[in-house]
Structures are given as structure tokens and as C-alpha cells.
Design a protein around this ligand. Structure first.
Ligand SMILES: C[S@@+](CC[C@H](N)C(=O)[O-])C[C@H]1O[C@@H](n2cnc3c(N)ncnc32)[C@H](O)[C@@H]1O
Length: 237
């Protein structure tokens, strides 16, 4: 049986990338607005640049839109110098991203092949202020999520923010029967519990009804979580 990485590489090699919107996600602007409303962007990592980690980035449209400022950014974000590190473990994805956005590398966008579930090297720990997740958590089988969330938490500086657009309702079809995936549906209640188990606290969430007729995704959510300190386990008895 092939590995997870083989599965995704085959999708890329076979040009089966139906999730790709060809540009920034339509929810990116409202998600960043919500982020600005509930967090103090001006103090995150200041006075240095705001560092964003974008795992499972595919063609990196969202990261590119942020660094190139081709979408309207909320004022507190627009005032910051921003660096985005966009990664994917399919080299084909990163090659495709380089082809489109190679001009932005060295101008705030970095692209790298990397497994977002792997242990985080010391130099990368607490390096980022924000994780941006679009269709990464929901691309993972539920048993693969804990390692991913642990790695994201490790990458975030204290008080860092996890921004996500989870698929909160997916239509069941013969090709996509209940519980199958990717993509995998996750309800808001289950997401909140999963994130709390991995030391993330929900700051804000907004439901979005998806109006694209070509997709089985029927509802997404804008979600903003804050990384909280891991509590030490106290051994008793
Ligand atoms: C559904 S696609 C979403 C791509 C992109 N975020 C977008 O919105 O267009 C999921 C992506 O995650 C990548 N991926 C899956 N598991 C990964 C992992 N463990 N580490 C890094 N990338 C991963 C896949 O190669 C694929 O490009």
C-alpha cells in the first residue's frame, strides 16, 4: 500500500487537483478581517515581521495573495511586514507554486517541500506567529490529525494564531460516502474539542455557506484559534 505522500503525489502527477481555486480563497479576506477583529495583530511578533506558516499549500495562492497584497488586508495587517512560508510534501505542488509565484520568493514568500506532520526541528520551534490552514486539516484522516496539530503548535510562538477554513458540512454522494475522504468533514463542535485537546482556544468562528455548485463542500467556517500554553502533567499517587 502506498504512503500518504504517494497518494497526494499521484493526485498532483495526474492533475487531479479539483480543490484548487486558481487564486486566493474567497473566504481569505473575511477570515483575515475576523483575525484582525479578535487579535492584536500589531503586537504579534512586533517589531519584527509577522511570520505566517501555510502547510499543505498546494499552489500557494493564499500565501502569495497575502505577501503580494493583491487582496485587501485589514489595516493592522497591512501595516506589518509579512513573511509567508508555504510548504507541501508533494514536490509537484511546490514546483507548480514556483511556476506561478516564483517572482515572490525573496519578496516575502518562501516555498519548501516539507511534511507538516513531522517532528519540528529546533530552529523552527516557535518561529511563526500565524498558521494558515486551508484544506489541510480536512485533507487528513482523523488519525493523522494529532501529529499535525502538535507540529503546528510547536511552530507557533506563545499566543500564536491558527487560522483555518474547515469543511463543516460535506455532501454525501456515491463517490464520497459518509465518513470517507479526503476531504473529511469536521463539525464545529468536534473541531473545538480536537483543538482544545491540542492546546488551542477558539477566539472566533463564523459559518459560511458554500455556493459553488461544482463542489461537495456545502459549508465551511472561518475559525480563529489561539495557541495556549501546554499545562504540565502532575503525577499523583
Ligand atoms: C486539498 S489540498 C489543499 C491545497 C491548498 N491548501 C489549496 O487550498 O489549494 C491538500 C494539500 O495538502 C498536501 N498535504 C497532505 N498531507 C500533507 C502533509 N502531511 N504535509 C504537507 N502537505 C500535505 C497535499 O499534497 C495537497 O497539496
Amino acid at each position: 500500500m502506498g504512503t500518504e505522500q504517494d497518494f497526494w503525489r499521484e493526485r498532483w502527477q495526474g492533475h487531479r487537483t479539483g480543490w484548487d481555486l486558481g487564486g486566493a480563497h474567497e473566504c481569505l479576506v473575511p477570515l483575515l478581517k475576523l483575525f484582525a477583529k479578535v487579535s492584536l495583530i500589531e503586537s504579534l511578533g512586533a517589531p519584527g515581521p509577522l511570520r505566517i506558516y501555510s502547510p499543505g499549500c498546494g499552489r500557494a495562492h493564499d500565501g502569495a495573495a497575502i505577501v503580494s497584497r493583491s487582496i485587501p488586508l485589514p489595516p493592522s495587517l497591512a501595516a506589518r511586514q509579512i513573511e509567508v512560508m508555504a510548504t507541501d510534501f508533494a514536490p509537484e505542488a511546490i514546483d507548480a507554486a514556483r511556476e506561478i509565484y516564483g517572482n515572490l520568493t525573496g519578496k516575502g514568500l518562501s516555498l519548501a517541500v516539507e511534511d507538516a506532520r513531522a517532528d519540528v526541528p529546533v530552529a523552527e520551534k516557535q518561529k511563526f506567529h500565524v498558521v494558515f490552514d486551508r484544506a489541510m486539516l480536512c485533507a487528513l484522516r482523523p488519525d493523522l490529525r494529532p501529529a499535525y496539530l502538535r507540529a503546528c503548535h510547536d511552530r507557533l510562538a506563545p499566543g500564536g494564531i491558527f487560522l483555518s477554513l474547515p469543511f463543516t458540512r460535506i455532501e454525501d454522494t456515491p463517490e464520497h460516502p459518509p465518513g470517507s475522504g479526503p476531504p473529511f468533514e469536521i463539525s464545529m463542535a468536534n473541531l473545538e474539542t480536537l483543538m482544545a485537546d491540542h492546546h488551542f482556544r477558539l477566539l472566533a468562528a463564523e459559518k459560511v455557506v458554500v455556493r459553488r455548485p461544482d463542489t461537495i463542500i456545502k459549508e465551511e467556517a472561518l475559525t480563529v484559534f489561539e495557541a495556549i500554553k501546554k499545562r504540565k502533567k502532575i503525577l499523583t499517587g
